[in-house]
Design a protein around this ligand. Structure first.
Ligand SMILES: Cc1cc2nc3c(=O)[nH]c(=O)nc-3n(C[C@H](O)[C@H](O)[C@H](O)COP(=O)(O)OP(=O)(O)OC[C@H]3O[C@@H](n4cnc5c(N)ncnc54)[C@H](O)[C@@H]3O)c2cc1C
Length: 391
C-alpha cells in the first residue's frame, strides 16, 4: 500500500485536479515513474505537452550499453545494475501487456584500426573479468581478430581487430514506450492528460499551472519533461534562474535490410549500426549543440547513412524507411539529474539522461519514488542528485 502524505498543503483548495503524484512528461523517464508509482498504489496524474512517447524517446536506436569496464565506480555500477535488471523488467511487462519491447542482448562490436586501441582493449578485457560478473554470470569485453560474420562489418581497415562486448543490448524505443503506455492506460490509478503544457510550478501551493490556466495539485511532483524539465526546475531556484541543462540535437535513420537481428550492434567513432527485429536497421546519431531547426534532418544524417553503407555491405542498397531528429536532455553536470529539490522536497527531478536514458530510466524512477512511497530503493550516485547539479 502506498504511503504518500495526503494531508499536503494546498491540495484541491483552489479548485482543479488533485493527485498523490504528478508526473510531468511522458517520455521513457516519466512513463517508468508513472507505472511504478501506480503499481505501488499511488494516484498518479501524467501530463504531457504533446502525445506520450513522442519526445526524444521517439527515436530509432535503443542502444543499451554499459560504461567501459575500467575505473569502476558507483556511477558505472549503477548503470550496469540498471542494464542488468532491465531485461527481467521488460519480460514482466511483455507478459503483462502481450506486446514486445524489441529487447535483445545481442552485444556490441567495436572495430579497431590502430594498435594502441588493441592494447587498451586488452586491458579492458581483464577489467571486465573483474567488474562485469554479477551474481555468477560473466560478461566479456573480448578482443577478437575477426568479426562474428563476414561483412559485419566489412573487414577493410580494422587491422587491430574487434572488441565484442557481450553485455550490450538493444530495444526498439517506440515499442518499449508503447509497452509502458499500454500498461499504464490499463491502470485505474493513472489519469493521463496529453496536449497539456505545464507552464510553471508553485512549490508553496504544491500545484502546477497549465498553459490554459488550469491547476493540478499534488503531494509530490516528478519533473520528467526531458529538455522541458530545465526551465521548470530553474524557475524554482531561490537565487534566480540559472541554466540546469541544455538540448543536444540528434538525427537518426531507420533502414530496411535483411540483416540477422541477433548480430551485435556496431559502434565506430560515434556511428551506430543497430540491427532490430523485423528486417530493420537503425543508424545514428549526430550530436549537435547548435542548430536552427530541432526537428529537421539534413546532410549530417546523410553522411552517417553513407558511412554505414560503406561499413556494412548489406546496407549498400537498403532503402531508408524514416529519417528523424530529436532533442536529448543534457544536464549541466553531464550526469542524469534525479531526486528531490533541496529547497522544495516535494518536487523531484527525473531527467538529464542525455544518451543513456533507455537503460537507466526504470532504476532512476525507483530512486526517486522510493523516498516518496517509503519503499526500499537503490542508492542514487551523488553526482546524479539534483542538488549536485544545482551546486
Ligand atoms: C538521435 C538520438 C539517438 C539516441 N539514442 C539513444 C540510445 O541509443 N540509447 C539511449 O538510451 N538513449 C538514446 N537517446 C537519448 C534518449 O532518447 C533520451 O535521453 C530520452 O528519450 C529522454 O527521455 P525523457 O523521458 O527524459 O524525455 P522525452 O522523451 O523528451 O520526454 C519528455 C516529455 O515531456 C514533455 N514535456 C516537455 N515539456 C513539458 C511541459 N512543460 N509540460 C508538459 N510536458 C512537457 C514532452 O512533450 C515529452 O513527451 C537518443 C536520442 C536521440 C535524439
Amino acid at each position: 500500500m502506498v504511503n504518500v502524505d495526503r494531508a499536503a498543503a494546498g491540495q484541491g483548495q483552489s479548485g482543479g485536479r488533485a493527485c498523490d503524484i504528478l508526473v510531468i512528461g511522458g517520455g521513457i523517464m516519466g512513463l517508468w515513474a508513472t507505472l511504478k508509482a501506480a503499481d505501488a498504489g499511488a494516484a498518479v496524474c501524467l501530463v504531457d505537452a504533446g502525445a506520450l512517447g513522442h519526445g526524444a524517446s521517439y527515436g530509432h536506436l535503443g542502444a543499451l550499453m554499459a560504461h567501459k569496464p575500467d575505473g569502476w565506480n558507483a556511477k558505472k555500477q549503477f548503470q550496469f545494475d540498471a542494464l542488468l535488471e532491465l531485461e527481467g523488467a521488460l519480460q514482466t511487462l511483455e507478459a503483462r501487456t502481450g506486446l514486445t519491447s524489441g529487447y535483445r542482448r545481442s552485444g556490441r562490436l567495436i572495430p579497431m584500426a590502430k594498435p594502441h586501441h588493441r592494447e587498451v582493449a586488452l586491458r579492458h578485457e581483464a577489467e571486465a573479468r573483474e567488474n562485469w560478473r554479477p551474481g555468477g554470470q560473466q560478461f566479456e569485453w573480448r578482443v577478437t581478430d575477426t568479426p562474428p560474420v563476414d561483412g559485419w562489418p566489412d573487414a577493410g581497415g580494422f587491422q587491430s581487430g574487434y572488441v565484442l562486448d557481450t553485455f550490450a543490448a538493444r530495444a526498439a524505443p517506440r515499442a518499449l514506450t508503447s509497452l509502458l503506455i499500454a500498461a499504464l492506460r490499463n491502470s485505474p490509478s493513472v489519469h493521463i492528460h496529453e496536449g497539456a503544457v505545464v507552464s510553471s510550478l508553485s512549490a508553496d501551493q504544491r500545484s502546477a499551472v497549465l498553459a490554459d490556466g488550469a491547476r493540478i495539485h499534488f503531494n509530490h511532483c516528478i519533473v520528467a519533461a526531458g529538455n522541458g524539465s530545465f526551465p521548470l526546475l530553474e524557475a524554482l531556484s531561490p537565487i534566480g534562474p540559472r541554466p540546469l541543462g541544455k538540448s543536444v540535437k540528434g538525427q537518426s535513420a531507420l533502414l530496411a535490410a535483411d540483416v540477422d537481428p541477433a548480430l551485435p550492434l556496431i559502434f565506430l567513432n560515434g556511428l551506430y549500426v543497430i540491427p532490430h527485429e523485423g528486417g530493420q536497421v537503425a543508424i545514428g546519431s549526430t550530436s549537435e549543440t547548435e542548430f536552427d531547426d530541432p526537428y529537421s534532418t539534413d546532410g549530417q544524417l546523410e553522411d552517417l547513412i553513407a558511412k554505414a553503407r560503406a561499413l556494412v555491405p548489406a546496407l549498400e542498397n537498403a532503402p531508408v524507411l524514416e529519417r528523424w531528429a530529436g532533442l536529448r536532455p543534457k544536464a549541466v553536470g553531464r550526469d542524469p539529474m534525479a531526486g528531490p529539490h533541496p529547497e522544495h522536497g516535494h518536487i523531484h527531478a527525473l531527467t538529464g539522461g542525455f544518451k543513456v536514458s533507455f537503460g537507466i530510466a526504470h532504476r532512476l524512477a525507483d530512486c526517486v519514488l522510493g523516498p516518496i512511497l517509503g519503499q526500499p530503493h537503490p542508492a542514487l550516485p551523488q553526482t546524479f542528485r539534483l542538488e549536485a547539479h544545482l551546486g
